[in-house]
Design a protein around this ligand. Structure first.
Ligand code: 5RP
Length: 218
């Protein structure tokens, strides 16, 4: 059921791809559907900057040229999904563990188009776990700091990021002010990236429902 919603939102995203552009590509199952859709118009784009090794593999399967971010000054658009999006277009990301590269690409993109199914669009983040990417030697020290701010850190077992780091999912945090929480956690030594995307939030949001795909912009 959710797969059908992911597919339909992925298809709708094609309408927002500028001709002859280089686009940023996120990670995850929604993006896998998007890459399949993108392959149908691959001649209309110059290439893609990928946020993960797995997305890169999927892009290569469809012969979509991979572009090194270091060769670009900016990107027209970054397309990615999220784990949760609130009504201010702030996001929780990192379910797939690719948050650091996703944040880097999002930071240089002129537009962030987020594509989600309706189950992820929420008024509040409540206690939804926040993933953080952590330097391996700092897992304990970071965990102690997380406990001090009321979080319960859970190590993601048997998972190493594309950057050779670990993921900790933080449970039990009261997320009243997401942007403040993002900058507070960004200051903890050893945290590479925080899965709160509030400072750089989405510009455009496509949400799929059973009968339609709704566009929300800010
Ligand atoms: C990966 C992400 C994904 O965008 C997020 O986890 C959503 O994934 P899916 O499309 O599989 O539901 O942030 O790091």
């Amino acid at each position: 059921m959710l797969d059908a919603l992911k597919k339909s939102v992925a298809r709708s995203a094609l309408d927002y791809i500028p001709e002859n552009s280089i686009i940023g590509i996120g990670s995850g199952s929604t993006i896998k559907f998007f890459i399949e859709e993108l392959s149908t118009i691959s001649k209309h784009i110059k290439g893609a900057v990928s946020s993960s090794c797995i997305s890169e593999k999927w892009l290569k399967n469809f012969n979509i040229p991979i572009v090194d971010l270091n060769t670009l000054n900016s990107l027209d658009i970054y397309i990615d999904s999220a784990d949760r999006v609130n009504y201010s277009m702030e996001m929780i990301k990192g379910g797939g563990g690719a948050l650091t590269r996703e944040k880097i690409i999002a930071s240089v993109a002129n537009k962030f188009l987020c594509i989600i199914d309706k189950s992820k669009y929420v008024s509040k983040f409540d206690n939804f776990p926040i993933p953080i990417e952590v330097i391996p030697m700092a897992t304990k020290s970071v965990s102690r700091e997380i406990i001090k701010i009321g979080g319960i850190p859970k190590y993601r077992k048997n998972f190493t990021t594309d950057n050779g780091n670990y993921i900790i999912d933080i449970h039990n945090l009261c997320i009243k002010n997401p942007i403040n929480l993002e900058s507070k956690m960004n200051n903890i030594p050893g945290i590479v990236s925080v899965g709160l995307f509030c400072k750089r939030k989405a510009d455009l949001l496509l949400v799929s429902y059973f009968d339609k795909v709704k566009l929300i912009s800010r």
